[in-house]
Design a protein around this ligand. Structure first.
Ligand code: NAD
Length: 268
């Protein structure tokens, strides 16, 4: 896609699932990729290997650079260090993908303040801190840039038992719009991609159980869960110059899940 070759990109939580697929896809588009992981580097190493294999197709030194960066996005000092490391190693940072995310299931009247803060801390505060540090850098170097937040259909669909997750993604919508408006004149575009039900480790409660999977898929108008690669394709589009005139938007990649699926049959 236009405008991605040679762009320096940081993808948070890129050692599995959607983040891993985004890193691979952006490397295939010619981006240099900084792969963030929280604790163990093994998943991030797997991402790096797959990304370079697919991007370079066994050609040595195909021009795509990669970097593993440890950091907990909910910790301010980690985020500052992570962005500084990427800028130091790559020379700049053009594209930030705020993908790291967690969820906990609990009745809303029982969730502890610590559990609530943990989810908000990673999904919302962490995304904001990464955006803040990236924007600071872009303004200092007077560069244009792109930020993409990985939201969720639960940005707009309420999710009982997951109140902190729903709040974090709802807040992400406003963060996307606010930052998009504030920095539009500096050439910084901020958008969200909101996946529907996607087959990744975060959903292992139903992806490996055919009965539960069938129930989930019965609510999806197009009848199937999505893949990480389908989410990564939307991210690549929004990151590219094909989307040069798009900012402040959420692109729902959900096979119609947000279309009130129960109204499929007009007589029901
Ligand atoms: P996943 O569990 O595979 O990925 C989440 C990643 O975030 C993991 O690699 C994890 O290590 C990382 N992470 C967690 N806490 C972190 C922290 N403090 N610092 C840095 N990294 C951290 O699940 P996924 O489905 O690929 O989720 C990726 C994003 O997509 C999340 O933001 C999630 O909310 C969103 N999403 C997923 C779905 C879905 O159905 N899978 C649907 C909507 C939105």
């Amino acid at each position: 896609m236009n405008g991605l070759k040679g762009k320096n990109t940081l993808i948070t939580g890129a050692s599995s699932g959607i983040g891993q697929a985004i890193a691979i896809r952006l490397a295939q588009e010619g981006c240099n990729i900084a792969i963030n992981y929280r604790k163990s580097p093994s998943g991030a190493e797997e991402t790096e290997e797959m990304a370079l294999q697919k991007a370079c197709k066994n050609v040595e030194n195909c021009g795509v650079k990669s970097l593993l960066v440890q950091g907990d996005v909910s910790k301010e000092s980690d985020v500052i260090e992570m962005v500084n490391t990427v800028v130091e190693k790559f020379g700049s940072l053009d594209i930030l993908i705020n993908n790291a995310g967690i969820q906990t299931e609990c009745p809303s009247h029982e969730i502890t303040a610590e559990d609530f803060d943990r989810v908000i801390g990673v999904n919302l505060r962490g995304s904001y801190l990464c955006a803040r540090e990236t924007i600071k850098h872009l303004l200092t170097q007077n560069r244009r840039g792109v930020i993409i937040n990985i939201s969720s259909v639960h940005e707009i669909i309420p999710r009982p038992m997951y109140v902190s997750y729903s709040i974090s993604k709802g807040g992400m919508e406003n963060m996307t719009k606010t930052l998009a408006l504030e920095y539009a004149h500096r050439g910084i575009r901020v958008n969200s991609v909101a996946p529907g039900a996607t087959i990744t480790p975060i959903n292992e409660a139903w992806t490996d159980d055919p009965e539960k999977k069938a129930v989930v898929e019965s609510h999806i108008p197009m009848g199937r869960a999505g893949t990480s690669e389908e989410m990564a394709a939307a991210v690549a589009f929004l990151a590219s110059d094909e989307a040069a005139y798009i900012t402040g938007q959420t692109l729902f990649v959900d096979a119609g899940l947000t279309l009130y699926a129960d109204f499929r049959e007009p007589w029901s």
